[in-house]
Write a protein that binds this ligand. Structure first.
Ligand code: FE2
Length: 274
């Protein structure tokens, strides 16, 4: 079975030792450096997994072009002050790391990824977003079940994700969960901009995503997991003492229709593949 056949069958691919431990360390180190450059003004953008209440402020809506910082919802005490240091309060950084930062650029457009993209017939695909996901020990929050295509809607559906374990991901520290073949289902929702400002989760299909048959994708540092855009997946909170950093990039076919109401708006001319 080819790599592409496997992806079409299961909705995901687990590629061990895709990057070396050193390459993962370099990226995590760069992430820490970026956080040091972040001038936190006391007005956080909080990453909410419940998409109905996801922040829809300008900071979030403009993050497609920027390196923006999003906090864990439990990062603040009742007085609005950080409970921890800045680094350990963050949920993620996004969403244009792959275009702006040279270290992330190199990781996101390597010859290995180019080779993989050819195997997966992604010649027309371009990288539309990137995220460094911290999932820090004890505070890293849940990511509810979702389909990535809801956030990167195209007609037809062309969204593909590449998720890199920068550290070992286990059940204890909140690895991904998905069901083999789970992507053979409809897209349930579309996260989009409202005409009068803000965002909404527009329902396309009322049937809830099934949690049945989900398996943990426990992977070693350096593993790349390819995710079909329709594959329902989630991760549990990190209640362990070990952090679970990951880096994810998402691609869409540049020739597919990309609505102007999608939350993430980039100039088409800015987008490139591997
Ligand atoms: Fe996802």
């Amino acid at each position: 079975m080819t790599t592409l056949d496997q992806l079409n069958k299961d909705g995901f691919l687990v590629l061990k030792d895709f990057y070396t431990a050193h390459q993962c360390d370099v990226l995590m180190h760069r992430g820490k450096e970026l956080v040091k450059k972040f001038n936190f003004d006391g007005h956080p953008s909080i990453f909410q997994t419940n998409e109905q209440v996801r922040t829809s402020d300008d900071y979030f809506l403009n993050s497609g072009h920027n390196i923006s910082y999003f906090f864990e919802k439990d990062a603040f005490n009742n007085n609005g002050a950080l409970k921890n240091d800045l680094f350990h309060s963050l949920n993620k950084i996004g969403h244009a790391l792959h275009d702006i930062d040279p270290v992330f650029k190199e990781f996101s457009r390597s010859s290995k990824l180019k080779e993989l993209s050819l195997k997966l017939k992604l010649e027309k695909h371009v990288i539309i977003q990137s995220m460094l996901i911290f999932k820090h020990a004890k505070i890293g929050g849940v990511v509810d079940i979702h389909q990535d295509a809801a956030f990167l809607y195209t007609e037809p559906c062309t969204c593909v994700g590449f998720w890199f374990a920068l550290e070992d991901a286990t059940i204890e520290n909140g690895c991904l969960w998905a069901k083999p073949g789970g992507h053979h289902t409809s897209l349930r929702s579309w996260f989009r901009r409202k005409k009068d400002g803000g965002t909404e989760m527009h329902l396309l299909d009322k049937a809830p995503l099934s949690m049945e048959g989900m398996v943990p994708l426990e992977v070693k540092k350096g593993t790349c997991i390819v995710l079909h855009g329709l594959l329902p997946h989630y991760s549990l909170p990190n209640t362990s003492k070990k952090s679970r950093q990951a880096y994810a990039i998402h691609l869409i076919d540049q020739t597919a229709y990309y609505p102007e109401y999608n939350w993430l708006q980039r100039k088409q001319s800015q987008l490139t593949g591997f």
